[in-house]
Ligand binder design. Structure first.
Ligand code: G6P
Length: 609
């Protein structure tokens, strides 16, 4: 969603802000803008569309100055057109960028119109610029910002500048993330650390309700009660290489290919000779897991699918009753929480608004404890959960999540193994599962070798308008994920179904125009799945069957588009089967010519409801 970068320095900050905004492109946006201060004016440039259009505008109509704010906007209130792009100004004396939704903007706007303010956009955000300007008549810039921000209801990360104090940027967050970068004779704010990593590795993470005031040589933070407060200064180790495409055509393709390494990193030091290591599950966590009688997993999007797979493992292997729910549903459902239930949130970014709201609800609701599985260290989810198990996938830039899911499932497999150990469940089963985890990076590499074959079959899918993905058991969530990937990036309508439900509805859709993609592990459900495949064939549907090559699956290439891979094992199979489906979605999208890394209308980090 919207990205924010602000800088206060002794050098010109236009390039700092634009290059920071470029690293935030992954969040998804539809317009961009920048406000730069010098001693006599605040100069604003903004454009609908991609940042390249803003850069062209800046070439035609340059600006320069030592402090400023920039923004990539993902439209909520008002169309994605130039006049709705941020920054919004009030009488060219105050400029504001905003990520989130100001829920009470309408009464504030009415009041300001009565006071003579003229609104130039349909956004809720412009209200804040005028409100600060209004208060600034009677008080300092800082006092006006504090007063106005405290009146906002809703979710916001904001950065503000004022002609009255040209070297100062004031910023605040309530909901969406905001970090403060501390440099040498320059300071910054941004939606994430990636945007500033070229300039500093020292960061303060703002807490809910914090307001920060930066100049080139000062940084003051105030908490929600207006008290001066110190937030820890943390060092972030991230190389610029991690943020590059490294020669790949798209971030998504790079991230798909990074999966063997990402999984190896996720497993590093976490597997011992006979089970999970104490680095992964500390003595304190062991004590907690001994008490767990039930688990609730809550997540959004692809991370929800990781939870669905984990449910099969936690129930069938560790014998712990487990529920999985979409965060936006869970938070409004008033769920019943029985004694000794562990709450688990899974999230790549650790900033998804609904997942965070679910966590905050859970913390008040009487759970035994809260545990998160997250890819971003120091994210809000990491900071607010009792325990956080990091996925170590490295930065994921493509909007469609790939390596994050693979590492989330890996961490959930480790957690399942830990629970099975604590409950002393069948030692030979645990030994087999441990072995499976060790083979995972190698199996993922083998699955990636199918790339050319999948690129070829993508040509059969790209000409269709719909696709159906089928799976059973723990591969049903993999079918859901395959369908989600295809629709996200190729815009082909796709649905994932448990194959056993075929006859209860989706079979009506099957004819020769309907490609049906089946995930077909060589397990106890194989024969049942083969019956479903026959039902599709009998109706003329075109079958694409991803099958485990081990044993006699009895499926022929003559009758199906058959893609064989090595993917047996409770833990390894769903993780490995997911890879060819990612590649399929990717190649179909490339053939369709869509914007693979930033699909239309979607955002990487959904920081508002
Ligand atoms: C967005 C992204 C998805 C992601 C979902 C949940 O919809 O486009 O790729 O799965 O958010 O995000 P999270 O960061 O919580 O995993």
């Amino acid at each position: 969603m919207c990205g924010i970068v602000g800088a206060s320095s002794y050098r010109d900050v236009v390039d700092v802000i634009i290059s920071g905004l470029k690293t935030l492109e992954y969040r998804g946006y539809d317009s961009a803008g920048i406000a730069i201060q010098n001693n006599s004016s605040i100069d604003i440039r903004k454009e609908a569309g991609k940042l390249s259009r803003l850069e062209k505008l800046l070439t035609r109509s340059p600006i320069a100055g030592i402090s400023g704010i920039g923004h990539t906007r993902w439209a909520t209130h008002g169309e994605p057109v130039t006049h709705n792009a941020h920054p919004h100004d009030s009488r060219t004396e105050i400029a504001v960028v905003h990520n989130g939704i100001i829920e009470n903007y309408q009464p504030l706007k009415n009041m300001l119109i009565d006071k003579g303010y003229v609104f130039k956009s349909e956004t809720d955000s412009e209200t804040l610029a005028h409100l600060i300007h209004f208060y600034h008549q009677e008080m300092t810039f800082s006092e006006a910002c504090h007063k106005a921000i405290r009146e906002l209801d809703g979710a916001y990360a904001v950065a503000i500048c004022s002609l009255s104090e040209p070297d100062k940027i004031i910023a605040s967050r309530q909901g969406p993330p905001l970090v403060v970068g501390i440099g040498k004779n320059e300071n910054f704010v941004a939606s994430d650390t990636q945007a500033l990593i070229e300039h500093t590795d020292q960061f303060h993470y703002l807490e809910e309700g914090d307001i920060v005031e930066i100049t080139p040589n000062s940084c003051e933070i105030f908490n929600g009660q207006g008290e001066h407060i110190e937030r820890p200064l943390k060092t972030v180790n991230m190389s610029a290489d991690e943020l590059s495409k490294a020669g790949y055509k798209h971030y998504m393709l790079k991230e798909i290919h990074e999966q063997p390494t990402a999984v190896a990193n996720t497993l590093q030091d976490r597997l011992g000779d006979t089970g999970v290591s104490s680095e992964f599950i500390t003595a304190e966590t062991v004590e907690l897991l001994q008490r767990v009688k039930q688990i609730h997993i809550v997540a959004c999007g692809t991370s929800y699918h990781a939870g669905l797979v984990a449910r099969y493992w936690l129930e069938s292997i560790a014998r712990i009753p487990t529920q999985v729910e979409i965060a936006s549903e869970y938070r409004y459902r008033n769920p019943v929480i029985t004694d000794d239930t562990l709450f688990i949130t899974i999230s790549q970014s650790g900033e998804t608004a609904d997942s965070l709201a679910a966590l905050r609800f859970a913390k008040q609701a009487g759970y035994l404890s809260t545990l998160s599985v997250c890819n971003v260290e120091n994210s809000t989810l990491d900071r607010e959960s009792d325990i956080c198990l990091l996925t170590r996938a490295g930065p994921e830039i493509g909007v469609a999540s790939t390596k994050a899911l693979t590492t989330q499932m890996t961490v959930m497999a480790l957690l399942t193994l830990a629970c099975a150990e604590i409950k002393q469940i069948d030692a030979s089963l645990r030994k087999r599962l441990l072995k499976q985890l060790r083979t995972l990076p190698g199996l993922l590499n083998q699955a990636l070798a199918l790339n050319d074959k999948i690129e070829h079959i993508a040509q059969q899918i790209v000409i269709r308008d719909h696709a159906l993905f089928l799976g059973r058991g723990q591969h049903y969530p993999i079918a859901l994920e395959g369908a989600l990937k295809l629709k996200e990036i190729s815009y082909i309508h796709a649905e994932g179904y448990p194959a056993g439900e075929l006859k209860h509805g989706p079979l009506a859709l099957v004819d020769k125009e309907m490609p049906v993609i089946a995930v077909c592990p060589n397990d106890e459900l194989l024969e049942k799945l083969k019956s479903n495949i026959e039902e599709v064939r009998a109706r003329g549907g075109e079958l694409f069957v991803f099958v485990d090559h081990k044993g006699d699956h009895g499926l022929s290439d003559a009758e199906n588009h058959l893609i064989e891979l090595e993917a047996s094992g409770e833990f390894t199979s769903p993780i490995v089967f997911n890879v060819p489906l990612q590649l399929l979605a990717y190649h179909v999208a490339v053939l369709r010519g869509t914007d693979v890394d930033q699909p239309r209308n979607l955002a990487k980090s959904v920081t508002v409801e």
